[in-house]
Design a binder for this molecule. Structure first.
Ligand code: G6P
Ligand code: ZN
Length: 543
């Protein structure tokens, strides 16, 4: 085999964000852009000679191009084998499982998650380590440093592999095995959930709509929900992955999954509605007439997980990202288990999961998952909900209200200001940070500030620290204002404002969310000055 060494020059913008390197397709399409990044990645890893690498993505535009290049560079750098999902497809949780199940050295996941795809859309490359989870910062920092110094990459001078056929091929000296993207994952789900009980529920007329948003979960949901669980054909909609997601925005929130939301709030609503995002790690859960916020979903899943066979022995602990509401904390308290608050980004859950200190994790950004893989998992959340519904024989709305009646309700909303001027956004955050020490102890609009800080995290397992993870202003009545800059945007900056207040178990749980939080919205606006600082009158997205 011929291995070519190609001279190259560094790009200065290859810094991985919250979830890998994410840019417009036009950026990735520049000559050597993918090659530089993949070579910089391999240069930052040690000991993979002869080992297995997993490669797959969410099927978006450029997926196949990037995969063929990554395979040839992996071959030239000495990997022994790569496992690739047929058609280049692997959902993010699916890839995490394949890495773990096959004992791979690591994996490359090609995805820009919930961002739009197509020639004008976004693309992304993320590296996951041998535990199946996103690479820790120590690795992503090393990759970034390497991208700034790279002078050459190595690539096998061999033909493309055929991604369409399951089976074994060669790429130079390296074995390429094309695998069924769904099989291993579906088998794992069968070990966690009571498929018989869910099948019986569907057989007795339970109705559901799952919107795959023309993204990667289509084949997974069709196989599991329709084929294995017996839901009628048509339960899964938009089930064929398309390179541009059918022109849609594959983010399962109330803005981009509007049709599903309207169906679920209307007279013809099925019993259960759900959706997942571009790469299959996020979830949206809506019962008939009842949207379940991701923060509430985490709390409810944690409180009921023991009803599923995979968690029948109980859960060890719960972790949530800092901006996620404190609803799950109340469940952990009641169960007498560990509760952890981590920075935004699934990678921060990895050590806690590996150490067996937590079993279930979740984020306000529509991610929930468990120790079965090391990524959040959209379909897993849907299946756990189905398992709970099948056992409790109650509707989603009943379960949610019952939860509030027992634990109280954390009213919660997130206001996003997208694509604002990066300098203005940074200035706002810096300015607020400087004023934090003076806020503690003050009473603002009748609420006493209990703490005001810039969240810093020390990992209890390896002692690593992460500073400046978002500003928190907490009040003595349990209300919170959180402000942080998104780490996943591709253009300008996105400011996220998170608002929360607690209503006790015997309080009023029937308020409209925005109305319930209106006084905090006003206070936050005065404190932070987002409107003044960005020139925006209103958030671009409210969830
Ligand atoms: C990705 C990560 C999540 C994170 C989310 C929001 O989906 O996998 O862990 O919560 O991005 O990140 P952002 O920095 O945009 O708020
Ligand atoms: Zn995603």
């Amino acid at each position: 085999m011929t291995i070519k060494t190609i001279a190259t020059t560094p790009f200065d913008d290859q810094k991985p964000g919250t979830s890998g390197l994410r840019k417009r397709v036009s950026v990735f399409a520049q000559p050597n852009y993918v090659e530089n990044f993949v070579q910089a990645l391999f240069d930052s890893l040690e000991g993979f000679e002869g080992k297995t690498l997993v490669i797959g993505g969410d099927g978006r535009y450029f997926n196949d191009v990037a995969i063929q290049r990554a395979i040839k560079i992996a071959s030239a750098n000495g990997f022994g084998r790569v496992l690739v999902g047929r058609g280049g497809i692997l959902s993010t949780p699916g890839a995490s499982h394949v890495i773990r199940h096959h004992g791979a050295f690591g994996g490359i996941v090609l995805s820009a998650s919930h961002n739009p795809g197509g020639p004008e859309g976004d693309f992304g490359i993320k590296y996951n380590v041998g535990n199946g989870g996103p690479a820790p910062e120590r690795i992503t920092d090393a990759v970034f440093a390497r991208t700034k110094a790279i002078t050459a990459y190595r690539i096998a001078d061999v033909p493309d592999v055929d991604l369409g056929q399951v089976g074994i091929q060669q790429s130079g000296d390296m074995v390429v095995e094309i695998i069924d993207p769904v099989a291993d994952y579906a088998a794992l789900m069968e070990t966690l959930f009571d498929f018989d009980a869910i099948r019986a529920m569907f057989a007795s007329g339970f109705s559901m709509r799952f919107d795959a948003m023309h993204a990667v979960t289509g084949p997974y949901a069709t196989e599991i929900i329709e084929k294995r669980l017996g839901a009628p054909t048509g339960t899964v909609i938009n089930g064929t992955p398309l390179p541009d997601f059918g022109g849609g925005h594959p983010d399962p929130n109330l803005v981009y999954a509007r049709d599903l939301y309207e169906l679920m709030m209307g007279p013809d609503a099925p019993d259960f509605g759900a959706a997942s995002d571009g790469d299959g790690d996020r979830n949206l859960i809506i019962g008939r007439g009842r949207f379940v916020t991701p923060s509430d979903s985490l709390a409810i899943l944690a409180a009921n997980a023991h009803l599923a066979p995979g968690y029948a022995r109980g859960i060890a602990g719960i972790a949530r990202s800092m901006p996620t509401s404190a609803a799950a904390d109340r469940v952990a308290e009641k169960l007498g288990i560990e509760m952890h608050e981590t920075p935004t980004g699934w990678k921060f859950f990895g050590n806690l999961l590996d150490a067996g200190r937590v079993t279930i994790c979740g984020e306000e950004s529509a991610g929930t998952g468990s120790d079965h893989v090391r990524e959040k998992d959209g379909l897993w959340a849907v299946l756990l909900w189905l398992n709970i519904l099948a056992v409790r024989k109650e509707g989603v709305d009943e379960i949610v209200r019952g939860h509030w009646a027992e634990y109280g309700r954390n009213y919660y909303t997130r206001h996003d200001y997208e694509e604002v001027d990066a300098e203005a956004a940074n200035a706002l955050v810096d300015d607020l940070r400087a004023r934090l020490p003076g806020l503690v102890g003050q009473t603002l609009d009748g609420r006493e500030v209990a703490y005001a800080d810039d969240f810093a995290y020390t990992d209890p397992v390896d002692g690593s620290t992460s500073a400046k993870q978002g500003i928190r202003i907490g009040f003595s009545d349990g209300a919170r204002i959180v402000l942080r800059l998104s780490g996943t945007g591709t253009v300008g900056a996105t400011l996220r404002l998170y608002l929360e207040r607690y209503e006790p178990a015997d309080g009023d749980h029937e308020l409209e969310t925005q109305a319930a939080l209106d006084d905090l919205v006003q206070l936050a606006d005065r404190l932070v000055g987002i409107r003044r600082g960005t020139g925006r009158d209103a958030p671009s997205v409210i969830t």
